[in-house]
Ligand binder design. Structure first.
Ligand code: ME8
Length: 593
C-alpha cells in the first residue's frame, strides 16, 4: 500500500561537493585494505533488482535500477574477484491481475504477453552490459515450488488464517488501499470513478474470503531489526520513513485472491479456489534464485542486498521482512532505495506519451555513455529529471573532453614519442613536500593531487557502501579535473626530451598523469566497463592488474618499484570517447543531404 507516499518525504538538497582531504603522505593510503576488508568478511554477496512487470516495455527507470545493482556488483567483484563470492539476479514478475488484464486488453494469452515482454527486458539488459548471473521469471516451475513451500511454512507456523477481506484494490499497484487513500475522479463519460489518491490509478471494491497473514504481530520485531541496524535501509531518509510507518496501524494482510477472479498465478497449496497474492509470489523470487527450498540457499541468505525504487519500499521493508521472520528467516542484509526519473518534470507514463526508450538512448549515446549518464546524474535520495541536452553536455565535458583529453595529452606521439610509461624521478618530486633544491619541481598543488588520487579508491568504496554511486563518480571527475590542471600547470609540451634538465621532470609529469589515469580507469570499470577497458588497455595495464586489492597508486613516490615504469603503452585505438555534439551535427547533416 502507500506505494508512492515516500515520494514527498525527500527534499532536494543543494549540490554535494566532495571535499578532498588535506595533504598527508599517501603511504597511509594503500588500497590493499579495500580487498582485504571484504575478504576478511569472507562473505558472499547477493545483489537483486526488483523483478519487473511485463505489462509494458522497459523504460529508463527499469534500466536505472538494473544499472545501480550492476555497478554495486561489479565494484564488489573488483574488491573480491572470486566468481563464487558474488551473485546478481534480475527478472520479470509475470503473475497477477495487472498482467491478466494487460493480456486481455492486448488480445493475447498471458503466456504470450509474458514471453514477449520478458524477452524485451532480457535483450535490453544484455545490450546494456548488465552482468547478472540469474534471470528469473515467476512463471517458471522452480518458482512455483519455492512459493508453495514458503506458503506451507507460514501455514505450519500458524501465521495464515481464512477470513473475510474487504477493501479497495488497485490492480495497477497490486495492493489494497484504505478508504483515506481513495478519491473520486470524473471519467470520460462524466461519471465519477474511484481512484488511488496518490497514483490516480482506478481502484475497485473487493469483498471476498481470503487467506490472511498475521502481519500485525510483526510490528515490534520489525522495529527491533531497524533500530538495531541503522543501515538496513539505505539512504537514511527511507529508513526513517519505514520506522514512521511502523508507528501507524499495521493491519493483517490478505495474501490470496479467489481464483475465479484471479486465475493467473500460483494456486494456494491444497486449496485451488484461491490464488496466492502476487506480491507474496514476487518477493519469494529472491529465494527461488538461490535454490530455495534446497539448503544451498543458506549460503546466500541473508547476505543479500535488494536494490529497489522508492515506490515499492513498503513491500520490501515491511511485508517481505515480516514474511521472512514468519518463515523463520532473517531479513535481508541491505535494502538500497532509489528515487525516480521524471521527464521534463513529469512522471513517465504511457498515457502522457513521454516514456523514454532506453534502447534508443543506448544507441544514441553508446552503452558506456548512457550508463555513465544515468549513474552520474541519478541521485537515490531525490527524483531526477531526464532530458537529452543534459546527456550530451555531461558526456562531452566529462568523458570526451576531460578524461579523453587527458589520455590523449599523455599518450600522443608528439609528447610521448617512445610510447612508454616514463620513469618517475624522486628528486624532481620528493615524497616530502616543501623541500627546496635545484632539481625539485613539484609544487604544493601537485602534492594535493597525489593525495586526492591516493585517497580516491577508499572514498569511492565508501560511496558505494552508502549507495551514493553518483558521489563516487563526482569524486573521480573532480580528480580528473585536478589532473588536467596538473598537466596544464607543467605544460609538458614545452619541455624537451633532449634536455638533461627537462627530461626527468617531463617523464615524471607524464608518469604521475598516467598513474592517475590508471586509478580512474580501474575505478570506472563498474560504470563504464568498455571505456575503462579501452583506457586501461591503452595504458598497458593487463587484465590481472585491474582489481582493487592490488591497486597501488604511484608506488615510486613511496620508494617502491613501479611495475609499469618503462612498459610499452598499449596500441592507439582512436578517441576514448568521441564528442557527441559533433557526431549529432554530423548526423543532422547526413540526414539533410
Ligand atoms: O513494482 N525511475 O514492478 P515494476 C526509476 N513487479 N526507477 C523506476 C521508475 C522510474 N521512473 N519506474 C520504475 C514492480 N522504476 C514489481 C516489483 S519485486 C519483488 C516486484 C523501477 O515493473 C524501480 O526499481 O512496476 C521500481 O521500484 C521498479 O522499477 C518497479 O517496477
Amino acid at each position: 500500500m502507500l506505494r508512492i507516499s515516500v515520494l514527498r518525504l525527500l527534499g532536494r538538497p543543494g549540490t554535494s561537493g566532495v571535499s578532498l582531504l588535506e595533504y598527508s603522505s599517501p603511504r597511509h593510503y594503500s588500497s590493499g585494505p579495500l580487498g582485504a576488508r571484504d575478504d576478511a568478511r569472507g562473505a558472499r554477496a547477493f545483489f537483486t533488482t526488483p523483478i519487473f512487470y511485463v505489462n509494458a516495455a522497459p523504460h529508463i527507470g527499469h534500466l536505472y535500477s538494473a544499472l545501480l545493482a550492476d555497478a554495486l556488483c561489479r565494484h564488489r567483484r573488483l574488491r573480491v574477484p572470486s566468481t563464487a563470492a558474488t551473485r546478481f539476479s534480475t527478472g520479470t514478475d509475470e503473475h497477477g491481475l495487472k498482467i491478466q488484464q494487460a493480456a486481455t486488453a492486448a488480445g493475447l494469452a498471458p503466456t504470450e504477453l509474458c514471453d514477449r515482454v520478458s524477452a524485451q527486458f532480457q535483450q535490453l539488459f544484455r545490450e546494456a552490459g548488465i552482468s547478472s548471473t540469474d534471470f528469473i521469471r515467476t512463471t517458471e516451475a522452480r518458482h512455483r515450488i519455492a512459493v508453495q513451500h514458503f506458503w506451507g511454512l507460514l501455514k505450519a507456523r500458524g501465521l495464515l488464517y481464512k477470513g473475510l477481506y474487504e477493501g479497495w484494490y488497485c490492480a495497477s499497484e497490486e495492493c489494497f488501499l484504505p478508504e483515506a487513500k481513495v478519491t473520486r475522479q470524473s471519467g470520460s463519460s462524466g461519471d465519477s470513478c474511484p481512484v488511488s489518491l496518490e497514483s490516480g490509478h482506478p481502484v475497485s471494491w473487493t469483498k471476498e474470503e481470503n487467506y490472511i497473514f498475521r502481519l500485525s504481530q510483526f510490528r515490534e520485531p520489525l522495529q527491533r531489526w531497524l533500530r538495531g541496524d541503522p543501515q538496513a535501509i539505505t539512504p537514511e531518509p527511507f529508513h526513517r520513513a519505514v520506522l514512521e510507518w511502523l508507528e501507524e496501524e499495521l493491519p493483517d494482510l490478505s495474501v490470496s485472491r479467489k481464483s475465479s477472479h484471479l486465475h493467473w498465478g500460483i494456486p494456494v497449496p491444497g486449496d485451488d479456489s484461491q490464488t496466492i497474492y502476487v506480491w507474496l509470489d514476487a518477493l519469494v523470487n529472491y529465494l527461488t534464485v538461490i535454490g530455495y527450498p534446497n539448503a544451498e540457499f543458506k549460503s546466500w541468505w541473508p547476505s543479500t542486498s535488494h536494490i529497489i525504487g522508492k515506490d515499492i519500499l513498503k513491500f520490501h521493508a515491511i511485508y517481505w521482512p515480516a514474511l521472512l521472520l514468519g518463515a523463520g528467516m532473517s531479513p535481508p542484509h541491505r535494502i538500497y532505495v532509489h528515487s525516480h526519473w521524471t521527464v521534463c518534470g513529469q512522471k513517465m507514463s504511457k498515457s502522457l506519451g513521454n516514456v523514454v526508450d532506453p534502447r534508443t538512448c543506448l544507441d544514441r549515446y553508446t552503452v558506456d555513455g548512457f550508463r555513465y549518464f544515468l549513474l552520474r546524474q541519478g541521485v537515490p535520495n531525490w527524483d531526477c529529471d531526464y532530458y537529452d541536452e543534459k546527456v550530451v553536455k555531461l558526456l562531452d565535458s566529462e568523458l570526451a573532453d576531460a578524461l579523453g583529453g587527458l589520455l590523449n595529452r599523455c599518450t600522443a606521439k608528439r609528447i610521448n614519442p617512445s610510447g612508454t610509461y616514463p620513469v618517475f624521478c624522486t628528486t624532481c618530486f620528493p615524497s616530502e613536500p616543501g623541500l627546496v633544491g635545484p632539481s625539485v619541481r613539484a609544487q604544493a598543488e601537485d602534492y594535493a593531487l597525489v593525495n586526492a588520487v591516493a585517497t580516491l579508491p577508499r572514498q569511492v568504496a565508501d560511496h558505494y557502501d552508502n549507495f551514493q554511486i553518483y558521489k563516487a563518480l563526482e569524486a573521480v571527475s573532480s580528480c580528473v579535473r585536478q589532473t588536467n590542471g596538473f598537466v596544464q600547470r607543467h605544460a609538458p609540451w614545452k619541455l624537451n626530451w633532449e634536455s638533461p634538465v627537462d627530461a626527468p621532470w617531463l617523464g615524471t609529469v607524464l608518469h604521475v598523469a598516467l598513474e592517475c589515469l590508471r586509478v580512474f580507469g580501474t575505478l570506472l570499470q563498474p560504470v563504464t566497463p568498455n571505456l575503462a577497458d579501452k583506457l586501461l588497455s591503452r595504458l598497458g595495464v593487463s587484465a590481472t592488474e585491474r582489481g582493487l586489492g592490488k591497486l597501488c597508486f604511484l608506488p615510486r613516490f613511496c620508494g617502491h618499484p613501479c611495475p609499469f615504469e618503462g612498459r610499452r603503452l598499449g596500441p592507439e585505438t582512436g578517441l576514448l570517447f568521441p564528442r557527441l555534439d559533433q557526431s549529432r551535427a554530423w548526423l543532422v547533416k547526413a540526414h539533410r543531404t
